[in-house]
Design a protein around this ligand. Structure first.
Ligand code: XIL
Length: 379
């Protein structure tokens, strides 16, 4: 039998992947889901006009014969999983005291069946939070007390149900501003900060500690490895949290990076910076885009994924995983999670450039291993 990816790294770190809930739905649920997507698409079209040229709606997750290479890949090659969308607050918290556990339960079951560790992504985030949580019945902004109570109830409800199932929890996601490098505030999309003030981060961690006494508690963000300012901003934040006795124990580097940037040396520096504070570091959402996209408002044109490109990408993955191995050896890095399995089904298709596909993962559009996979699995 061929070698399994996670086994190649078992002495260093766990290797995980994000799995979309679409793979865990029944055909009828999936059909219903795509009907809803089409409906939303139509509403958007009415509101904003036709989609950008070349835009393709997401592909169904299973082939016409019902098979799904992605699910097989997730089972075979990863010893940790995380839900791509189904454990975000908008998927679970449906109203005051109202929860939808259906898909989260399936992830717990899937991880159990496959003997995999499970991460919870995420408790507090300015995106994919339900609108109702910030509003009262008249649609006005809720008070600090009300929102705090709602958040606390949520964290305890999730902890009560899954505290024994999840080993790692993204308590706060993407809280550092890209512009100011301090906490993202109300003018920078965070209704949490706007209503609760900066102390929401500490509070969420204290509640999470009580609700998930066995899990590691993560503060997770993107571009920490890419932007010196953001890296420093996170450093100052977690240093302050530690000095206040806040139970954060891990920094999550999302690692949505590309074929060129950032250099591996900068990633190494980032891991060691947080490690120097006594924190663990994990890679939470990695992929290696084919596009550099210096400016998201003017993204690179589509390129061909030639054999040369695939080799270059394989070398890049090799260098990154060499660095991860080294940092795990020093005791800093604990887990490496990829944001998906195959290029057919990655959020980078259409983002940040609608209509442009990407090829950032280890398996291709047919679910076949790419050169990057072969390189990683080699001793
Ligand atoms: C993305 C999912 O992959 C998409 O399916 C969804 O439409 C939007 O969110 N940072 C995060 C992840 O923390 O939750 C995001 O996931 C990618 C960026």
């Amino acid at each position: 039998m061929s070698k399994r990816l996670f086994e190649a790294y078992k002495d260093y770190f766990r290797v995980g992947c994000a799995v979309s809930g679409l793979f865990l739905m029944t055909p009828a649920e999936r059909e219903d889901h795509f009907k809803q997507v089409a409906k939303r698409f139509e509403e958007m079209r009415k509101k904003f006009g036709p989609p950008p040229a070349g835009f393709k709606p997401p592909e169904p997750p299973v082939f016409s014969d019902g098979s799904s290479p992605e699910l097989e890949i997730a089972r075979e090659h990863f010893n940790m999983i995380v839900a791509e969308n189904e454990t975000k607050m908008d998927a679970v918290y449906k109203g005051p005291g109202e929860f939808n556990w259906k898909m989260a339960d399936r992830f717990v079951q899937f991880a159990r069946e496959n003997n995999q560790a499970l991460r919870w992504h995420t408790l507090v985030w300015h995106n994919q939070s339900p609108e109702w949580i910030f509003e009262d019945e008249a649609g006005n902004k809720v008070s600090k007390e009300v929102l705090e109570e709602r958040l606390k109830k949520y964290i305890f409800a999730v902890g009560e149900r899954y505290g024994n199932d999840v080993c790692s929890v993204d308590v706060v996601n993407e809280c550092i501003s890209d512009k100011k490098f301090c906490l993202r505030d109300g003018s920078d999309q965070s209704k949490w900060f706007d209503i609760l003030g900066p102390e929401y981060v500490d509070k969420a961690f204290f509640w999470a500690k009580e609700a998930f006494p066995k899990a590691s508690l993560v503060i997770n963000d993107y571009n920490l490895e890419m932007s010196e300012g953001k890296r420093r901003g996170m450093y100052e934040l977690v240093k302050g949290m530690l000095s206040r006795g806040v139970p954060v124990d891990t920094v999550g580097l999302q690692m949505h990076i590309n074929i060129t940037n950032p250099p591996v040396s900068e990633i190494e520096e980032t891991i060691e910076l947080y490690g120097s504070l006594g924190l663990n570091v994990i890679v939470t959402e990695m992929e290696v885009s084919a596009y550099i996209d210096k400016d998201f408002s003017n993204p690179d044109p589509r390129r061909e994924y030639t054999a040369d490109f695939l080799e270059e990408q394989a070398e890049r993955y090799r260098a990154l995983f060499d660095c991860f191995r080294k940092e795990a050896g020093k005791g800093y890095l604990k887990d490496v999670v990829l944001w998906g399995t195959s290029d057919r089904f990655t959020w980078k298709n259409n983002f940040p450039s609608p209509g442009r596909t990407d090829a950032p993962l280890l398996f291709d559009r047919e679910g076949k291993p790419k050169p990057a996979f072969d390189v990683l699995i080699r001793d």
